[in-house]
Ligand binder design. Structure first.
Ligand code: ADP
Ligand code: MG
Length: 611
């Protein structure tokens, strides 16, 4: 039942529903359709939504008697009292959207409940009912918004170009389609169907269809009780956060807390950029406040730390697996992926012929690229699903109606259930360039960087030793000296004490030299020597330290602890592997670079065009 909230409750809904652009109207209408339990939602726009917006659903519909009430301010069927505000399970709750949209447009609503013989058609101009009549129609609701802001010229000025407005709307519908994979969405722009999803409930299929670049390298499934979704492997990052979609209780949100949790989940394995992630987070409605933003895009978590650590833990489980090991040859693919995302996001959303040309151009480039493949080191498969996707848009829009399950099959990498990475399964296959160790797993080859691996092993050994063991120096047979530059020498007050605390017996020997008579018990002689030197120099570089940067300095100094271009014996390789296997995070060096990469037998076969 749609009722007008009393003024006390209404006042609590402080944020107010603001329709400032066509996309805000579309968002409210689509949210209403979702709240109405729709299984199918069709969104059609013309001229970026400025002249025409139509949202059609097969949801519960509205009765003849209540049709007008829905347009009153603070009229809602979703909450009744003040306590409900703390327990919002629907997307809408303010009862303001239809009132706000109808006030600034010419609006037509056609709606029928399943149990009614006939439906109702209601026309409002500037919020005033012009006609109300019974009509035959399908179950569900269609809302048509024409000439948005026709009576508010000031608002009209703030709208962007048709293409930009269309772009925002299409992006929004793509996001909802991913979040509500169980609902069939169809997006029509200027008479052209851009995409439709089949509502079979598989978000990965929708991601593959609408964001092929995200799915291209294969996303890792995240699954904990409150966090589900997909994240990219640490090697496939993007330069912006465009590849991050967060949904809390079915609501698309931007949230620094979630971003932080996501980042933490990678445990320092992101070398640069931002991981791609589509996360569905479930929270108790009473633990979030969704009423802090006019567009409801931001929410407040009442228990931020729990949310953050819950996300970090779930992401970490997904990433710290064999599937999370960065793929070899990823560089080229990665930059293509980013380019492609921009094509997805920008060009697909431009209007009419502009879109056609740009995608054709894009295809032409791809073709040219393909014809040069022979000369490329690692050819990519001709069976590129993105190429298929783009051609579908450019030439045969109806192709997009093919069942999503077949689209999903075209996704390059099937969703895998992550298994913990097992070093014991690897066999040693070789050693190349005096730097890289080749190990073979059941279906993949792994290439380890001995330096990165050493750094990781040393870093963890060091941190463990530093935290757990007594810091009394272990005497060395022959004392050694360390020479530093003048500036580092003059700053010895800054770093000498640290080394002593770490377990060095070290003393000023005059003339820019220090003598070391004892080393920390958890280091070998060469490690201790390299580390002391690296630490002193690192302090010199940063020009002084405080407690906060000590960890960074240690990280940096690890590098010097590992001798460059050491040729390792097979025994040393075996030792290194078993030490790495014992690390908490064997996947990346302390600087975030991968310690090893993987190349699947599939990738190799593909490169030889066997697949
Ligand atoms: P809110 O969504 O905050 O309740 P709205 O102004 O968006 O407020 O909608 C007012 C009421 O109209 C809703 O509470 C709902 O009962 C009804 N309504 C709106 N859109 C639809 C729809 N597509 N299908 C069924 N009912 C709808
Ligand atoms: Mg609403």
């Amino acid at each position: 039942m749609i009722k007008v909230l009393d003024s006390f409750v209404a006042d609590k809904i402080a944020a107010g529903e603001v329709i400032e652009r066509p996309v805000s109207a579309v968002k409210e209408l689509v949210e209403n359709s979702i709240d109405a339990g729709a299984g199918s939602i069709i969104v059609e726009i013309r001229k970026g939504g400025k002249s025409y917006i139509r949202v059609t659903d097969d949801g519960c519909g509205i009765s003849f008697d209540e049709a007008e009430t829905a347009f009153l301010r603070h009229a809602t069927s979703k909450i009744t009292g003040i306590t409900d505000l703390d327990n919002i399970v629907s997307l809408g709750f303010r009862g303001e959207a239809l009132a706000s949209i109808s006030a600034v447009s010419r609006l037509t609503m056609v709606t029928r409940r399943a149990e009614d013989i006939s439906g109702v058609k209601l026309v409002l101009h500037g919020g005033r009912v012009v006609t109300k009549e019974r009509t035959g129609c399908n179950t569900g609701t269609t809302v048509i918004v024409e000439d948005l802001f026709y009576n508010t010229p000031a608002r009209r000025k703030f709208m962007k170009t048709d293409a930009r407005e269309a772009s925002s709307i299409i992006e929004l519908i793509q996001q909802y389609a991913v979040c509500y994979a169980g609902i069939r969405f169809m997006m029509i722009n200027n008479g052209m169907t851009l995409f439709s999803t089949n509502g079979d409930g598989d978000p990965y299929a929708v991601i593959s269809l609408l964001y092929p670049s995200l799915a291209k390298n294969g996303l890792l499934p995240v699954s904990s009780s409150s966090v589900k979704g997909y994240v990219s492997d640490p090697g496939s990052t993007m330069s912006t956060r465009k590849g991050q979609l967060f949904f809390v209780n079915g609501r698309l949100v931007s949230s620094a807390v979630i971003e932080k949790g996501l980042e933490e989940g990678y445990q320092g394995r992101i070398f640069s950029g931002f991981p791609a992630a589509v996360l569905f987070i479930e929270a108790e409605p009473c633990d979030i406040d969704v009423n802090i933003h006019p567009g409801k895009q931001e929410i407040r978590f009442l228990r931020q730390d729990d949310v953050r650590s819950g996300i970090a833990e779930a992401v970490s489980k997904a990433v710290m697996t064999g599937a999370g090991v960065p793929k070899g040859f990823v560089k080229k693919i990665e930059s293509d992926a980013e380019k492609q995302l921009n094509v997805d996001v920008q060009q697909k959303k431009e209007t009419g012929s502009a879109e056609q040309t740009s995608i054709r151009e894009f295809l032409k480039n791809l073709e040219e690229r393909d014809s040069h493949k022979e000369s490329r080191e690692i050819p990519e498969s001709v069976e590129d699903p993105e190429i298929k996707m783009a051609s579908a848009v450019a030439e045969e829009p109806e192709l997009l109606y093919t069942p999503l399950s077949s689209q999903a099959k075209a996704a390059p990498e099937p969703v895998r259930i992550p298994a913990p990475f097992d070093f014991a399964e690897l066999t040693y296959k070789g050693y190349i360039f005096n730097t890289y160790i080749i190990m073979q797993g059941s279906d993949e080859v792994y290439i380890f960087d001995q330096h990165a691996a050493h750094e990781r092993v040393f870093y963890e050994k060091f941190m463990r030793g530093y935290n757990n063991s007594a810091h009394s120096p272990q005497p060395v047979l022959t004392a050694f000296t360390i020479n530093v530059s003048n500036d580092v020498y003059s700053m010895s007050g800054e770093w000498l004490g640290d080394l002593v605390r770490m377990g060095y017996d070290i003393e000023d020997f005059g003339d820019c030299t220090f003598i070391v008579r004892g080393i920390p018990p958890y280091m070998s002689l060469s490690e201790a020597e390299g580390f002391a030197r690296g630490y002193a120099e690192a302090v010199g570089e940063t020009g002084g330290i405080n407690r906060v940067v000590v960890d960074k300095l240690i990280t940096k100094s690890c590098k010097s602890a590992v001798k460059a271009h050491d040729v390792l014996s097979e025994q040393e390789i075996t030792d290194l592997m078993s030490e790495l296997a014992k690390c908490d995070n064997p996947y990346s060096c302390p600087h975030g670079r991968p310690t090893f990469i993987r190349i699947s037998s599939y990738d190799i076969e593909r490169s030889f065009r066997r697949k």
